[in-house]
Design a binder for this molecule. Structure first.
Ligand SMILES: NC(=O)c1ccc[n+]([C@@H]2O[C@H](COP(=O)([O-])OP(=O)(O)OC[C@H]3O[C@@H](n4cnc5c(N)ncnc54)[C@H](O)[C@@H]3O)[C@@H](O)[C@H]2O)c1
Ligand SMILES: CC(C)[C@H](C(=O)O)[C@@H](O)C(=O)O
Ligand SMILES: [Mg+2]
Length: 350
Protein backbone atom coordinates (compact mmCIF):
# COMPACT_ATOMS: atom_id res chain seq x y z
CA UNK A 1 0.00 0.00 0.00
CA UNK A 2 1.68 3.12 -1.29
CA UNK A 3 1.03 6.69 -0.19
CA UNK A 4 2.40 9.59 -2.19
CA UNK A 5 3.23 12.40 0.25
CA UNK A 6 3.18 15.96 -1.10
CA UNK A 7 3.97 18.47 1.68
CA UNK A 8 3.86 21.52 -0.62
CA UNK A 9 4.41 25.12 0.48
CA UNK A 10 4.03 27.42 3.47
CA UNK A 11 2.73 25.51 6.49
CA UNK A 12 2.40 22.39 4.27
CA UNK A 13 5.66 20.74 5.42
CA UNK A 14 4.95 21.60 9.07
CA UNK A 15 1.49 20.03 9.20
CA UNK A 16 2.52 17.12 6.98
CA UNK A 17 5.32 16.14 9.35
CA UNK A 18 2.73 15.57 12.08
CA UNK A 19 0.36 13.65 9.82
CA UNK A 20 3.22 11.38 8.71
CA UNK A 21 4.18 10.73 12.34
CA UNK A 22 0.59 9.69 13.03
CA UNK A 23 0.60 7.33 10.05
CA UNK A 24 3.89 5.79 11.15
CA UNK A 25 2.64 5.33 14.70
CA UNK A 26 -0.30 3.29 13.42
CA UNK A 27 2.18 0.70 12.08
CA UNK A 28 -0.07 -0.37 9.23
CA UNK A 29 2.85 -1.02 6.89
CA UNK A 30 2.23 1.84 4.46
CA UNK A 31 5.04 2.72 2.09
CA UNK A 32 5.39 6.51 1.89
CA UNK A 33 7.23 8.42 -0.80
CA UNK A 34 7.58 12.19 -0.93
CA UNK A 35 7.50 14.40 -4.02
CA UNK A 36 7.29 18.06 -5.05
CA UNK A 37 4.17 20.02 -5.87
CA UNK A 38 3.29 23.72 -5.95
CA UNK A 39 5.74 26.57 -5.46
CA UNK A 40 8.59 24.33 -4.30
CA UNK A 41 8.17 22.31 -7.50
CA UNK A 42 8.20 25.50 -9.61
CA UNK A 43 11.44 26.59 -7.95
CA UNK A 44 13.09 23.20 -8.46
CA UNK A 45 11.76 22.20 -11.89
CA UNK A 46 9.96 25.17 -13.45
CA UNK A 47 6.53 23.51 -13.23
CA UNK A 48 4.06 23.13 -10.32
CA UNK A 49 3.22 19.49 -11.13
CA UNK A 50 6.40 17.79 -12.37
CA UNK A 51 6.33 14.58 -14.36
CA UNK A 52 8.05 12.67 -11.54
CA UNK A 53 5.29 13.70 -9.12
CA UNK A 54 2.61 12.71 -11.59
CA UNK A 55 4.20 9.26 -12.01
CA UNK A 56 4.42 8.73 -8.27
CA UNK A 57 0.85 9.94 -7.66
CA UNK A 58 -0.54 7.66 -10.37
CA UNK A 59 1.34 4.65 -9.00
CA UNK A 60 0.23 5.26 -5.39
CA UNK A 61 -2.99 4.04 -3.78
CA UNK A 62 -3.54 7.43 -2.16
CA UNK A 63 -2.04 10.90 -2.07
CA UNK A 64 -1.63 12.99 1.06
CA UNK A 65 -1.15 16.69 0.38
CA UNK A 66 -0.31 19.65 2.65
CA UNK A 67 -1.04 22.89 0.81
CA UNK A 68 0.34 24.88 -2.09
CA UNK A 69 0.86 28.52 -2.93
CA UNK A 70 2.15 31.74 -1.45
CA UNK A 71 2.89 35.36 -2.33
CA UNK A 72 6.33 34.45 -3.69
CA UNK A 73 4.68 32.85 -6.74
CA UNK A 74 1.64 35.10 -7.22
CA UNK A 75 3.25 37.17 -9.97
CA UNK A 76 4.33 34.22 -12.14
CA UNK A 77 2.52 33.47 -15.39
CA UNK A 78 -0.69 31.63 -14.56
CA UNK A 79 0.43 28.20 -15.85
CA UNK A 80 3.41 28.26 -13.48
CA UNK A 81 1.50 29.16 -10.36
CA UNK A 82 1.44 26.62 -7.52
CA UNK A 83 -2.38 26.39 -7.55
CA UNK A 84 -2.22 25.04 -11.11
CA UNK A 85 -0.31 22.06 -9.71
CA UNK A 86 -3.20 21.25 -7.42
CA UNK A 87 -5.79 21.62 -10.19
CA UNK A 88 -3.63 19.46 -12.47
CA UNK A 89 -3.32 16.56 -10.03
CA UNK A 90 -7.06 16.64 -9.28
CA UNK A 91 -7.86 16.59 -12.98
CA UNK A 92 -5.27 13.98 -13.96
CA UNK A 93 -6.35 11.55 -11.23
CA UNK A 94 -10.04 12.15 -12.01
CA UNK A 95 -10.77 13.23 -8.42
CA UNK A 96 -14.24 14.62 -9.06
CA UNK A 97 -15.77 14.10 -5.62
CA UNK A 98 -14.52 16.39 -2.88
CA UNK A 99 -15.91 15.55 0.55
CA UNK A 100 -15.52 18.26 3.15
CA UNK A 101 -17.09 17.41 6.50
CA UNK A 102 -17.71 20.30 8.89
CA UNK A 103 -18.08 18.77 12.32
CA UNK A 104 -18.16 20.71 15.56
CA UNK A 105 -16.23 19.04 18.34
CA UNK A 106 -18.10 19.96 21.55
CA UNK A 107 -14.87 21.25 23.13
CA UNK A 108 -14.65 23.91 20.41
CA UNK A 109 -18.18 25.28 20.78
CA UNK A 110 -16.76 28.59 22.03
CA UNK A 111 -14.22 28.78 19.21
CA UNK A 112 -17.00 28.75 16.62
CA UNK A 113 -17.92 32.06 15.02
CA UNK A 114 -21.54 31.35 15.95
CA UNK A 115 -23.25 31.11 19.31
CA UNK A 116 -22.71 27.69 20.96
CA UNK A 117 -26.44 26.89 20.90
CA UNK A 118 -26.60 27.52 17.14
CA UNK A 119 -23.74 25.11 16.37
CA UNK A 120 -24.00 22.46 19.11
CA UNK A 121 -23.98 19.05 17.44
CA UNK A 122 -23.20 20.46 13.99
CA UNK A 123 -22.29 17.76 11.46
CA UNK A 124 -22.50 18.79 7.81
CA UNK A 125 -20.95 17.07 4.81
CA UNK A 126 -20.25 19.31 1.84
CA UNK A 127 -19.91 17.35 -1.40
CA UNK A 128 -18.13 19.57 -3.91
CA UNK A 129 -17.67 18.68 -7.57
CA UNK A 130 -13.94 19.10 -8.18
CA UNK A 131 -12.93 18.63 -11.81
CA UNK A 132 -15.41 20.77 -13.74
CA UNK A 133 -17.19 24.12 -13.57
CA UNK A 134 -15.70 27.54 -14.21
CA UNK A 135 -12.38 26.26 -12.77
CA UNK A 136 -11.65 24.27 -15.92
CA UNK A 137 -13.93 25.83 -18.56
CA UNK A 138 -12.65 27.03 -21.92
CA UNK A 139 -12.38 29.65 -23.26
CA UNK A 140 -10.63 31.56 -20.51
CA UNK A 141 -8.14 34.36 -20.38
CA UNK A 142 -7.49 38.07 -20.43
CA UNK A 143 -7.33 39.78 -23.82
CA UNK A 144 -7.25 43.19 -25.34
CA UNK A 145 -10.75 43.94 -26.68
CA UNK A 146 -12.15 47.26 -27.87
CA UNK A 147 -9.18 49.15 -26.49
CA UNK A 148 -9.38 47.70 -22.98
CA UNK A 149 -8.49 44.49 -21.15
CA UNK A 150 -11.20 41.88 -21.15
CA UNK A 151 -11.23 38.94 -18.71
CA UNK A 152 -13.36 35.85 -19.29
CA UNK A 153 -14.00 32.38 -17.89
CA UNK A 154 -16.56 29.77 -18.83
CA UNK A 155 -18.85 27.89 -16.46
CA UNK A 156 -19.88 24.50 -17.79
CA UNK A 157 -21.07 21.07 -16.75
CA UNK A 158 -22.18 18.05 -18.73
CA UNK A 159 -25.16 16.17 -17.37
CA UNK A 160 -22.99 13.09 -16.77
CA UNK A 161 -20.61 15.12 -14.62
CA UNK A 162 -23.55 16.35 -12.58
CA UNK A 163 -25.07 12.89 -12.33
CA UNK A 164 -21.92 11.23 -11.01
CA UNK A 165 -21.37 13.80 -8.25
CA UNK A 166 -25.11 13.68 -7.52
CA UNK A 167 -24.89 9.94 -6.96
CA UNK A 168 -21.97 10.36 -4.55
CA UNK A 169 -24.01 12.91 -2.59
CA UNK A 170 -27.21 10.85 -2.54
CA UNK A 171 -25.26 7.77 -1.41
CA UNK A 172 -23.59 9.79 1.33
CA UNK A 173 -26.93 11.21 2.50
CA UNK A 174 -28.37 7.70 2.53
CA UNK A 175 -25.67 6.66 5.04
CA UNK A 176 -26.23 9.74 7.22
CA UNK A 177 -29.26 11.90 8.01
CA UNK A 178 -31.03 11.18 4.69
CA UNK A 179 -31.30 14.84 3.73
CA UNK A 180 -29.58 16.32 0.70
CA UNK A 181 -29.57 20.01 -0.20
CA UNK A 182 -28.39 20.82 -3.71
CA UNK A 183 -27.00 24.33 -4.05
CA UNK A 184 -27.11 26.25 -7.33
CA UNK A 185 -27.77 29.65 -8.91
CA UNK A 186 -30.48 28.55 -11.34
CA UNK A 187 -32.17 31.95 -11.27
CA UNK A 188 -29.24 33.38 -13.24
CA UNK A 189 -26.96 30.65 -14.62
CA UNK A 190 -28.06 28.08 -17.22
CA UNK A 191 -25.33 25.62 -16.19
CA UNK A 192 -26.81 25.47 -12.73
CA UNK A 193 -30.37 25.15 -14.06
CA UNK A 194 -29.09 21.94 -15.65
CA UNK A 195 -27.52 21.08 -12.30
CA UNK A 196 -30.91 21.41 -10.57
CA UNK A 197 -32.72 19.45 -13.29
CA UNK A 198 -30.28 16.53 -13.13
CA UNK A 199 -30.39 16.40 -9.30
CA UNK A 200 -34.19 16.35 -9.51
CA UNK A 201 -34.09 13.53 -12.09
CA UNK A 202 -31.87 11.45 -9.78
CA UNK A 203 -34.11 11.81 -6.75
CA UNK A 204 -36.58 8.96 -7.57
CA UNK A 205 -33.65 6.50 -7.41
CA UNK A 206 -33.14 7.51 -3.78
CA UNK A 207 -36.66 7.57 -2.30
CA UNK A 208 -35.21 7.34 1.22
CA UNK A 209 -33.35 10.64 0.77
CA UNK A 210 -35.18 13.96 0.98
CA UNK A 211 -33.84 16.29 -1.73
CA UNK A 212 -34.14 20.06 -1.45
CA UNK A 213 -32.68 22.88 -3.55
CA UNK A 214 -31.29 26.21 -2.45
CA UNK A 215 -29.82 29.20 -4.24
CA UNK A 216 -26.20 29.71 -3.31
CA UNK A 217 -26.59 33.20 -1.87
CA UNK A 218 -29.34 31.98 0.44
CA UNK A 219 -27.24 28.90 1.31
CA UNK A 220 -24.35 31.15 2.36
CA UNK A 221 -26.75 33.05 4.59
CA UNK A 222 -28.48 29.96 5.99
CA UNK A 223 -25.11 28.43 6.90
CA UNK A 224 -24.53 31.20 9.41
CA UNK A 225 -28.18 31.64 10.41
CA UNK A 226 -29.14 28.04 11.15
CA UNK A 227 -26.45 25.61 9.97
CA UNK A 228 -27.96 22.56 11.62
CA UNK A 229 -30.75 22.51 9.02
CA UNK A 230 -28.16 20.92 6.69
CA UNK A 231 -27.11 17.28 6.53
CA UNK A 232 -25.38 16.78 3.15
CA UNK A 233 -24.92 19.68 0.73
CA UNK A 234 -23.95 19.08 -2.89
CA UNK A 235 -22.72 21.80 -5.22
CA UNK A 236 -20.35 22.71 -8.02
CA UNK A 237 -16.66 23.41 -7.84
CA UNK A 238 -16.68 27.14 -7.18
CA UNK A 239 -19.69 27.37 -4.87
CA UNK A 240 -18.31 24.37 -2.96
CA UNK A 241 -14.94 26.05 -2.55
CA UNK A 242 -16.56 29.09 -0.99
CA UNK A 243 -19.23 27.37 1.12
CA UNK A 244 -16.72 24.90 2.60
CA UNK A 245 -14.45 27.70 3.82
CA UNK A 246 -17.54 29.36 5.30
CA UNK A 247 -18.63 26.13 7.00
CA UNK A 248 -15.16 25.65 8.45
CA UNK A 249 -15.52 28.65 10.73
CA UNK A 250 -18.66 27.17 12.25
CA UNK A 251 -16.42 24.40 13.58
CA UNK A 252 -13.97 26.80 15.19
CA UNK A 253 -11.22 27.04 12.59
CA UNK A 254 -10.33 26.14 9.05
CA UNK A 255 -7.40 24.39 10.71
CA UNK A 256 -9.90 21.68 11.74
CA UNK A 257 -11.42 20.90 8.33
CA UNK A 258 -10.15 17.80 6.48
CA UNK A 259 -11.05 16.73 2.98
CA UNK A 260 -11.09 13.76 0.66
CA UNK A 261 -11.03 14.03 -3.13
CA UNK A 262 -12.10 10.76 -4.70
CA UNK A 263 -12.29 9.15 -8.11
CA UNK A 264 -14.82 6.51 -9.18
CA UNK A 265 -12.87 3.79 -7.32
CA UNK A 266 -12.18 5.65 -4.08
CA UNK A 267 -8.57 6.27 -5.01
CA UNK A 268 -8.10 9.53 -3.23
CA UNK A 269 -6.16 12.63 -2.53
CA UNK A 270 -6.46 13.79 1.05
CA UNK A 271 -5.69 17.30 2.19
CA UNK A 272 -6.78 19.89 4.70
CA UNK A 273 -9.31 22.33 3.22
CA UNK A 274 -7.12 25.29 4.11
CA UNK A 275 -4.22 26.78 2.21
CA UNK A 276 -0.54 27.33 2.86
CA UNK A 277 -1.23 30.09 5.42
CA UNK A 278 1.77 32.26 4.47
CA UNK A 279 1.01 34.59 7.40
CA UNK A 280 1.99 31.90 9.94
CA UNK A 281 4.31 29.69 7.86
CA UNK A 282 7.65 28.75 9.41
CA UNK A 283 6.54 29.70 12.91
CA UNK A 284 5.55 26.23 14.10
CA UNK A 285 2.09 27.39 15.17
CA UNK A 286 -0.20 25.97 12.45
CA UNK A 287 -2.95 23.59 13.47
CA UNK A 288 -2.09 20.10 12.14
CA UNK A 289 -5.47 18.57 13.06
CA UNK A 290 -7.13 19.13 9.65
CA UNK A 291 -4.28 17.17 8.04
CA UNK A 292 -4.36 14.48 10.73
CA UNK A 293 -8.14 14.17 10.25
CA UNK A 294 -7.49 13.90 6.50
CA UNK A 295 -5.33 10.86 7.31
CA UNK A 296 -8.38 9.39 9.06
CA UNK A 297 -10.46 9.99 5.92
CA UNK A 298 -7.75 8.27 3.85
CA UNK A 299 -7.78 5.23 6.12
CA UNK A 300 -11.57 5.07 5.82
CA UNK A 301 -12.21 5.76 2.13
CA UNK A 302 -9.19 4.41 0.28
CA UNK A 303 -7.94 1.68 2.61
CA UNK A 304 -11.21 0.60 4.25
CA UNK A 305 -9.52 0.70 7.69
CA UNK A 306 -12.48 2.00 9.65
CA UNK A 307 -11.10 1.05 13.06
CA UNK A 308 -7.79 2.84 12.37
CA UNK A 309 -9.73 5.91 11.16
CA UNK A 310 -11.79 5.91 14.35
CA UNK A 311 -8.59 5.57 16.39
CA UNK A 312 -7.14 8.71 14.79
CA UNK A 313 -10.40 10.64 15.20
CA UNK A 314 -10.63 9.42 18.80
CA UNK A 315 -7.10 10.69 19.46
CA UNK A 316 -8.04 14.11 18.08
CA UNK A 317 -11.11 14.21 20.33
CA UNK A 318 -8.96 13.25 23.27
CA UNK A 319 -6.37 16.01 22.78
CA UNK A 320 -9.16 18.56 22.49
CA UNK A 321 -10.73 17.21 25.70
CA UNK A 322 -7.31 17.46 27.35
CA UNK A 323 -7.33 21.16 26.50
CA UNK A 324 -4.55 21.33 23.91
CA UNK A 325 -5.12 24.19 21.45
CA UNK A 326 -3.10 25.73 18.64
CA UNK A 327 -3.44 29.50 18.29
CA UNK A 328 -6.37 29.36 15.87
CA UNK A 329 -8.60 27.56 18.40
CA UNK A 330 -7.09 28.90 21.61
CA UNK A 331 -9.29 30.32 24.32
CA UNK A 332 -8.48 31.30 27.91
CA UNK A 333 -8.33 28.29 30.21
CA UNK A 334 -6.88 25.96 27.56
CA UNK A 335 -3.20 25.12 26.87
CA UNK A 336 -1.70 26.84 23.86
CA UNK A 337 0.61 24.53 21.93
CA UNK A 338 2.53 24.64 18.65
CA UNK A 339 2.28 22.33 15.67
CA UNK A 340 4.85 19.81 16.93
CA UNK A 341 3.41 19.71 20.47
CA UNK A 342 -0.07 19.14 19.06
CA UNK A 343 1.37 16.25 17.05
CA UNK A 344 3.04 14.91 20.21
CA UNK A 345 -0.29 15.08 22.05
CA UNK A 346 -2.08 13.17 19.27
CA UNK A 347 0.65 10.51 19.27
CA UNK A 348 0.36 10.15 23.04
CA UNK A 349 -3.42 9.86 22.74
CA UNK A 350 -3.06 7.18 20.06
N1 LIG B 1 -5.50 23.21 -1.01
C1 LIG B 1 -4.58 24.15 -1.08
O1 LIG B 1 -3.42 23.87 -1.27
C2 LIG B 1 -4.98 25.57 -0.92
C3 LIG B 1 -6.23 25.91 -0.38
C4 LIG B 1 -6.53 27.27 -0.20
C5 LIG B 1 -5.61 28.23 -0.52
N2 LIG B 1 -4.41 27.86 -1.05
C6 LIG B 1 -3.35 28.84 -1.34
O2 LIG B 1 -2.76 29.21 -0.08
C7 LIG B 1 -2.29 30.57 -0.15
C8 LIG B 1 -2.89 31.36 1.01
O3 LIG B 1 -4.30 31.48 0.84
P1 LIG B 1 -5.27 32.17 1.87
O4 LIG B 1 -4.47 32.99 2.82
O5 LIG B 1 -6.36 32.76 1.12
O6 LIG B 1 -5.93 30.94 2.67
P2 LIG B 1 -5.35 30.02 3.83
O7 LIG B 1 -6.32 28.93 4.08
O8 LIG B 1 -3.95 29.61 3.55
O9 LIG B 1 -5.32 30.98 5.13
C9 LIG B 1 -6.45 31.70 5.55
C10 LIG B 1 -6.31 32.06 7.03
O10 LIG B 1 -6.48 30.85 7.83
C11 LIG B 1 -5.35 30.62 8.61
N3 LIG B 1 -5.06 29.18 8.59
C12 LIG B 1 -5.14 28.35 7.53
N4 LIG B 1 -4.78 27.11 7.87
C13 LIG B 1 -4.46 27.14 9.18
C14 LIG B 1 -3.99 26.17 10.12
N5 LIG B 1 -3.78 24.89 9.79
N6 LIG B 1 -3.76 26.56 11.39
C15 LIG B 1 -3.99 27.82 11.77
N7 LIG B 1 -4.44 28.80 10.93
C16 LIG B 1 -4.65 28.46 9.65
C17 LIG B 1 -4.21 31.41 7.97
O11 LIG B 1 -3.21 31.72 8.91
C18 LIG B 1 -4.94 32.60 7.39
O12 LIG B 1 -5.08 33.60 8.39
C19 LIG B 1 -2.72 31.08 -1.53
O13 LIG B 1 -1.59 30.97 -2.37
C20 LIG B 1 -3.82 30.12 -1.95
O14 LIG B 1 -3.94 29.98 -3.35
C21 LIG B 1 -4.07 26.56 -1.22
C1 LIG C 1 -5.83 26.61 -4.10
C2 LIG C 1 -7.12 26.48 -4.83
C3 LIG C 1 -6.86 26.09 -6.26
C4 LIG C 1 -8.08 25.49 -4.16
C5 LIG C 1 -9.43 25.50 -4.86
O1 LIG C 1 -9.95 26.57 -5.17
O2 LIG C 1 -9.96 24.40 -5.10
C6 LIG C 1 -8.34 25.72 -2.68
O3 LIG C 1 -8.98 26.92 -2.43
C7 LIG C 1 -9.14 24.57 -2.12
O4 LIG C 1 -10.21 24.81 -1.56
O5 LIG C 1 -8.67 23.43 -2.20
MG1 LIG D 1 -10.63 26.75 -1.08
Amino acid sequence: MKICVLPGDGIGPEIMAEAVRVLEALELGFEMEEALIGGGAVDATGTPYPEATSRLAKAADAVLLGAVGGPKWDTLPREQRPERGLLAIRKELGLFANLRPAILYPELANASSLKPEVVAGLDILIVRELTGDIYFGQPRGVEERGGERYGFNTMHYTESEIRRIGRVAFEAARKRGKRLCSVDKMNVLETTQLWRDVMTELAPEYPDVELSHMLVDNAAMQLVRAPKQFDVMVTGNMFGDILSDEASMLTGSIGMLPSASLDENNKGLYEPSHGSAPDIAGKGVANPLATILSVAMMLRYTFGREEAALRVEGAVKKVLAQGYRTGDIFEPGTSRVGTRQMGDAVLAAL
